[in-house]
Write a protein that binds this ligand. Structure first.
Ligand code: SME
Length: 155
């Protein structure tokens, strides 16, 4: 039987390949991000997946899949604003334990956020939420880092 770890690796490899395939030759960023959200949602059926775009001094909601979400997040606030400020990806096993977490939905229980950089500056963050506690591990972090690398390559 294929181990859960191997299965995850395979799924992330497929996801990264698909992200490359759907964005190649398409210069429109919003169209690409919208399709990447759809791919992630179809691959893993997470509760919420989407992008927040850096616009002036705040993050503004971009393409996403899932329930209605907060539209604006300030730098340094919540998980997304912290990932922006620190330029570091964040794994939150239990959102209730993250001081300042912004609850767009009370159903969200665990979360991962990845900053996406251009010329050394954060231009957007990728936010992935689960309605289950402790739903993400290092394999998920590595898998989505690979997806973020694809996005950075098309910026
Ligand atoms: N929980 C995030 C806010 C965005 S929503 O989860 C979609 C945060 O704390 O930054």
């Amino acid at each position: 039987m294929i181990s859960e770890t191997k299965q995850k690796e395979y799924l992330y490899q497929e996801l990264t390949n698909s992200c490359n395939a759907i964005t190649v030759g398409e210069p429109d960023l919003i169209a690409n991000l919208a399709n990447i959200c759809a791919l992630i949602k179809e691959s893993f059926n997470f509760f919420w997946v989407g992008f927040y775009m850096v616009k002036k001094d705040e993050l503004i909601l971009g393409p996403f899949q899932g329930p209605v979400a907060c539209t604006r997040i300030q730098r340094g606030k919540g998980v997304c604003g912290t990932a922006w400020q620190t330029k570091k990806s964040i794994l939150v096993p239990d959102v209730h334990q993250f001081e300042g977490h912004i609850a767009c939905s009370s159903e969200s229980q665990s979360e991962m956020v990845f900053p996406i950089l251009k010329n050394g500056e954060v231009v957007m963050v990728l936010d992935i939420d689960s309605d289950k506690l402790n739903d993400f591990d290092q394999k998920d972090m590595d898998g989505f880092q690979a997806v973020c690398n694809v996005i950075e390559s098309i910026l």
